[in-house]
Design a protein around this ligand. Sequence first.
Ligand SMILES: [Fe+2]
Ligand SMILES: [Fe+2]
Length: 298
Amino acid sequence: MNRFKPINHDAHLHYLHPNRMRWEHAAGPDELLFLSQALIGDAGQEKKAIAYLYKELSQLAELEMHVATVLCRIVCEMQAERTPLSAGDTLYHALSCFAAEEINHANSFYQYVRHLSGRDIKLTGNLFRERVELYSGNESPLIKLAALCSAAYVGESVITVFERRLKVLDPMQHRFLTQLLHFHGLDEARHIQCDHAVFDDIVPALSVADRQRMHRLIDDTESLNTQLAIASAETVKAAFDLDYTEGNAAARTQLDITLRFREIVQSGDLIRKVDDGIDEDTAAMLTRFSSAPRVHAH
Ligand SMILES: [Fe+2]
Ligand SMILES: [Fe+2]
């Protein structure tokens, strides 16, 4: 289990904290033009870009708060586990860092969409209670950890591709969103390592029955997350009186790669790393969008 130990060695040096961002620069004219071109694919689409980001990143904040909440539960439930994995402080530290960072991400994205749009639209139908309830059963916390990581990992992989695309379009990182995703990505690189350790070391050690429970939990999580996505889309479309998906190149690509990644990661008995299942067509698509045929460095 020492694999979890080095992941957070420099976590206190390279991280996103919301106070790091100069929020007053989130919506300048140059920034809005960049968002319109980089996301929608054309100038003059600023309002659509803002609505799209509001929907995706306020929804992401909900997902991150859920991940943090469930990780806290797992850390505490692990106290009762007598396995080599729970010995010492290694896993406790790794999962606590993961949870704390997700709270800072949610806090950052929650603030970002408000500074960007000048609006305060609450996602009242966020299904938080239902999504947390899924993880309140008496199955082993390791099953919950495996399910939670494999659901979070798909979104973390998608946003990694978007971070890379913005850095290709804005290599000097002048733009606010590029900077925000860069700092977010410092933490995400550690979460990906943590996810990979769970997929390599924990999932294969689960019994067949436990893996079936894990897959049921994944399916239930994805199903509630899909309901959250639909409710978020309706809320934001109504608030902006605009269908931000129409003629939106980023939204199209996001949906496409999310479905491909989910299939790669979750469709087998074990959990697969996304780069282990990328076919030629997906590699070509990723290269067109982000100038790289792969997703993760490790
Ligand atoms: Fe995050
Ligand atoms: Fe993450």
